[in-house]
Design a protein around this ligand. Structure first.
Ligand SMILES: [Zn+2]
Length: 573
């Protein structure tokens, strides 16, 4: 292996080695600060960056190796060692160096070489790590842990079968209406039954986060929540007007889609347990055999982009794609990078279903950006904030659609595309619910659990017009939010997906108008990586801001055409 950073390194990294390296860096701060010229600080930053790259790369490698086989005790131990022994040394070393850099009289010189955005990124990370809240953060972590343990232990009975909550949830996609209905009630009632256990945990969380915000001089938790997401160029006002665009342009289109779905199901109105099954767009089971997926994807990428396809080829050659689902492998899918090697890897859990294809395109979108951004020196700037990160991944989901016949018959490829657009419409409105609810919760930190449930149900009705909840109890309806882990563990994260989705849809629209231009824009987004804030990235790539209401209107007009429904009058205003 030719390492980009730390080509001389111990065979096995230990915490003592990381501590010694940080101590050596720290010992150089005083001289660098005292020097008239910024040269010593620049040299110090370069070495610090190399150490960060090595440690970050090592952490990703150990976690990735463990993900591939979670039953291997050696991999488990290597990962544990990193998390419990090396990570604290890493974090403490970083905190000291970041504080020194931000207080330095030479900080602007660093900004000139690496970009002002680097200083912004480090600055915004300060409040979420403020020492005044360290005890509260530990308590917060414990509360999140308690919530996650309760939910992870959840089991329900569906049609005589005992299943975990995620399995019950996946049964909502079943083609069998009785199964869907049974799964819906089993899942929701579990949360109704555990509400008295979960609601007090959340109540404690809200009060604690409110205190954290006040400790930093804010009126509530919201500004700190935004800082925790690394947002440097938009705040709650822009997000509020974004939700308004969603109400105005996305909700009416969604209502039409729900009507069409209810008709296709033959149920008249659309009942809550039928939402996730649409006979108009669901592809047959086993439609994408796992053993063919990589060859098909290769042909697709070769056609789509001669510039990006070689990254995929290299990943296959170097074993950087772990595709198939197997026992002992970590669930889900992700993309990771080893910046000290300058390499990027993905992990999926493909089982041969249509969803695998979207996931593979999604993770490869992250990977293409990762590869294209390896040329960026500062590792802190290789990946953007999560809202911008998801533009590359979702953008690839849309851009790859023109060659989906590499995976499916032309008829199925078309269904696949419609399915993706419909899912986007539905998720955007759901995200707006979660986001608006969280703003309400932290603006009303003293509300009671009953008041929170009422707020959720009220907001739900605004954004999910077209789902027929008549005859259901308000408890069953409100139970949905207790299942949404982000509300507990990652406050204010969720809107990122909607912001990114709108930007990704914009790439799709551009692709229809001018394919070459769309691909050039995508490449540019990949190259920019995390060197800029999201709104600057979007502007510099020549895209319109996701907070522009007219953009949301245009995208929904395009979606309506693709989905074969007429955009309503209010959607076309
Ligand atoms: Zn992603």
């Amino acid at each position: 292996m030719n390492y980009k950073h730390y080509s001389e390194r111990p065979d096995h990294l230990k915490a003592e080695y990381a501590a010694a390296e940080y101590a050596a860096l720290k010992s150089r701060i005083e001289a660098a600060e005292n020097a008239e010229s910024p040269d010593l600080w620049l040299a110090l930053y370069a070495d610090w960056n190399a150490l960060k790259s090595y440690l970050g790369g090592e952490g990703s490698r150990r976690s990735h190796e463990q993900s591939k086989d979670m039953n291997d005790p050696a991999r488990d131990e290597a990962d544990r060692e990193f998390r419990e022994e090396i990570r604290p040394v890493f974090d403490n070393g970083e905190a000291t160096l970041v504080a020194a850099l931000l207080a330095s009289r030479h900080r602007e010189a660093i900004g000139q070489v690496y970009g002002q955005h680097l200083l912004n990124v480090l600055e915004i990370a300060k409040e979420p790590l403020a020492p005044v809240n360290s005890d509260l953060r530990v308590k917060e972590g414990d509360l999140v842990n308690r919530y996650e343990k309760i939910v992870a232990s959840g089991e329900v009975e569906v049609e005589g079968q005992t299943v975990t909550l995620p399995v019950a949830r996946s049964m909502l996609k079943s083609a069998n209406a009785e199964t869907r209905r049974a799964a819906f009630y089993a899942y929701r009632n579990w949360f109704v039954e555990h509400r008295d256990e979960i609601a007090p945990i959340f109540d404690e969380m809200v009060k604690l986060r409110d205190q954290m915000g006040r400790n930093l001089g804010h009126a509530n938790f919201i500004p700190l929540g935004y800082a925790g997401m690394g947002r440097t160029d938009y705040g709650p006002e822009q997000v509020a007007s974004f939700r308004e665009s969603i109400r105005r342009y996305v909700v009416p289109l969604q209502k039409k889609l729900y009507e069409a779905q209810g008709e296709a199901l033959g149920t008249g109105s659309l009942k809550p347990w039928d939402v996730e099954f649409d006979p108009q767009t669901t592809l047959p089971e086993g439609v994408a055999p796992v053993e063919e997926q990589l060859d098909r994807a290769q042909r697709l990428f070769d056609k789509l982009s001669p510039k990006l396809a070689p990254h995929f080829t290299r990943m296959r050659e170097e074993g950087l794609i772990d595709l198939e689902n197997r026992k002992g492998k970590r669930a889900g899918a992700y993309c990771t990078s080893f910046s000290d090697e300058g390499r990027v890897a993905i992990l999926c859990n493909s089982t041969g279903e249509e969803g695998d294809v979207g996931t593979l395109m999604h993770e490869m979108g992250h990977a293409f950006q990762g590869w294209e951004s390896q040329a960026i020196d500062a590792v802190d700037l290789q990946w953007p904030t999560s809202d911008a990160c998801e533009i590359h991944s979702m953008g690839m989901e849309y851009l790859s659609m023109r060659h989906m016949t590499e995976f499916f018959s032309p008829e199925d490829a078309e269904k696949f595309q419609r399915n993706r657009w419909k899912a986007a419409v539905e998720i955007i409105t759901y995200i707006a619910i979660v986001d608006e609810f969280q703003h309400w919760v932290y603006e009303n930190a003293t509300a009671t659990p009953d008041e929170r449930d009422a707020a959720w149900n009220r907001i739900w009705d605004v954004y999910k017009d077209g789902i027929d909840y008549s005859g259901e109890s308000s408890a069953v309806k409100a139970a949905r939010w207790y299942a949404q882990g982000h509300i507990f563990a990652n406050p204010f994260y969720y809107i990122d997906y909607a912001v990114a989705e709108i930007c990704a849809m914009q790439l799709a629209l551009l692709d229809v108008q001018d394919h070459d231009h769309a691909m050039e824009t995508y490449h540019e987004l990949c190259r920019i990586g995390g060197t800029k804030s999201i709104l600057t990235i979007i502007r510099d790539a020549g895209l319109r801001s996701p907070f522009d209401p007219e953009l949301v209107r245009d995208l929904m007009g395009h979606a309506a055409g693709l989905l074969g429904v007429e955009a309503t009058a209010s959607a076309m205003n």
